[in-house]
Ligand binder design. Structure first.
Ligand code: GDP
Ligand code: IMO
Ligand code: MG
Length: 429
């Protein structure tokens, strides 16, 4: 079995959680390698819905190990809450089932305060972040002043870091952002208490993965967000602060590139975006509303209404290149049922010229006019389909068009939120 990486090819919420849950059946370990609790990954198993923000989406399989890599920014309160919720659902999660990298960075209360105050100060120009402190925490990592998981178990180090950082953070919060300053002591008390609870889970994830690899175990790498939210390759500055691309699985988990064997790109059958930023195929009409309502397109983290539009293969095509995709998993195909005709964006027209890559300049992107290929829709319910042959001809043609235009084979087609509402075309190998 290969080690598989799952990444989003659009702006997040493509259905990565569902596909990771599915692929976990044939894996031994599942590891997240970037992002934080800005992610919301939904699984529906036996009619029961679970939403995970930090814990890898493989956790429902009791014989699998889940790991939170060094590339994440972790809010310890949110992690403990997820562990507690799983326990309440009858799934006990101890250190034998879950590891937290000692090198992962910790989201502190001042990160959240800065995220929120900065967004408020920007007014209409805000990025539409999730407000979870993700950006400010990654900033501290790069500035080399961040608190890491290992520090939660060392009161002296934690206190020194928090007291030094708070001087700067409080100055910034009060004097620049006009927000309330924060007290060190209650913060230290609560983080040390959480550190005590998390202590048994904190380990060197890279070493654990290395041992697993030596024992011929299979690793599944779970990306968060999407390629076009990537800090380097996305629609900057309307992006997140990490690298959701497949290459970051190595740095964010602590393994070498030769250990990645197959990259699956998750493609929602249409496009959504939550938060601000350019969106060439956005539909601000009845069709957009139809997709939004049928697809229940509300953010799994913030509950915000997701913007909806036609499938943009310029965006997906860039993701093929940026991730080296081996196969595609098409999700939410069932949501398009009932539309008379469908449009796929195959290029952008900018200043009278056709382009096939998303331009870096936001001005050029704003000027882009989508070039569409129109295809017939289908009316039959497809959510019970178990094989490609059971799909209506128009749905098969839609999948074929995606394969032909991107040049990447489809391995999975998802026709409903449930684990079983899936067509495996060819298991990623
Ligand atoms: P993620 O962040 O990429 O894991 O995706 P989210 O969980 O944020 O959003 C995907 C939503 O679509 C979730 O509510 C899933 O339960 C749901 N979903 C996933 N695949 C399908 C599908 O094929 N059909 C339908 N109807 N819903 C799906
Ligand atoms: P999953 O893993 C969709 C978006 C936010 C905002 C931008 C920056 O569920 O696909 P941040 O809080 O990261 O600084 O916000 O990124 N964003 C997501 N959009 N799905 C996600 O995760 C996202 N995580 C962040 O809405 O536009
Ligand atoms: Mg999501």
């Amino acid at each position: 079995m290969p080690n598989i990486v799952v990444v989003g090819t659009q702006w997040g919420d493509e259905g990565k959680g569902k596909v990771v849950d599915l692929l976990t059946a044939r894996s031994d370990l599942v590891v997240r390698f970037q992002g934080g609790n800005n992610a919301g990954h939904t699984l529906v198993v036996d009619g029961k819905q679970f939403i995970f923000h930090i814990i890898p989406s493989g956790i429902l399989y009791e014989d699998k190990k889940c790991l939170i890599g060094n590339g994440l920014v972790v809010d310890p309160g949110v992690l403990l809450d997820e562990i507690a919720k799983l326990k309440a659902a009858g799934i006990s999660v101890g250190p034998e089932r879950l590891s937290l990298s000692d090198k992962a960075h910790i989201i502190m209360p001042y990160h959240k305060a800065i995220d929120l105050a900065r967004e408020a100060a920007k007014g209409k120009a805000k990025l539409g972040t999730t407000g979870r402190g993700i950006g400010p925490c990654y900033e501290d990592k790069v500035a080399r002043i961040g608190v890491r998981a290992v520090d939660l178990t060392d009161p002296e180090v934690l206190e020194e870091k928090v007291r030094i950082n708070l001087k700067e953070k409080n100055f910034f919060l009060e004097k620049f952002l006009g927000a309330e300053p924060l007290d060190a002591q209650p913060m230290l008390d609560s983080y040390l208490a959480m550190g005590e609870k998390l202590g048994p889970f904190i380990t060197d994830v890279s070493v654990e993965l290395d041992e697993a690899l030596k024992n011929q175990k299979n690793i599944l790498f779970e990306g968060a967000q999407g390629t076009h939210l990537d800090i380097d390759h996305g629609t900057f500055p309307y992006v997140t602060s990490s690298n959701p691309v497949a290459g970051s699985a190595c740095a964010g988990a602590g393994i070498g590139p030769k250990q990645l064997h197959h990259v699956v790109g998750i493609v929602k059958a249409y496009t959504t975006r939550v938060g601000a930023g350019p969106f060439v195929t956005e539909l601000e009409d009845e069709t957009g509303d139809y997709i939004q309502e049928r697809g229940k397109e509300f953010g799994a983290t913030t509950g915000r209404r997701r913007r909806c539009g036609w499938l943009d293969l310029v965006v997906v095509g860039d993701s093929v290149r940026l991730n080296g995709l081996d196969s595609l998993a098409i999700t939410k195909l069932d949501i398009l049922t009932g539309l008379k005709s469908l449009k796929i964006c195959v290029g952008y027209e900018i200043d009278g010229k056709k382009v096939r890559q998303r331009p870096t300049s936001l001005k050029r992107m704003a000027a882009a006019i989508p070039v569409y290929e129109e295809m017939p829709g289908w009316q039959d319910d497809i959510s019970g389909a178990k094989e490609i042959g059971q799909l209506p001809e128009a749905a098969r043609a839609y999948i074929n068009a995606i394969e032909t235009i991107t040049g990447v084979p489809v391995s999975i087609v998802s026709v409903g939120p449930g684990r079983n509402e899936t067509i495996i075309v060819k298991y990623p190998s």
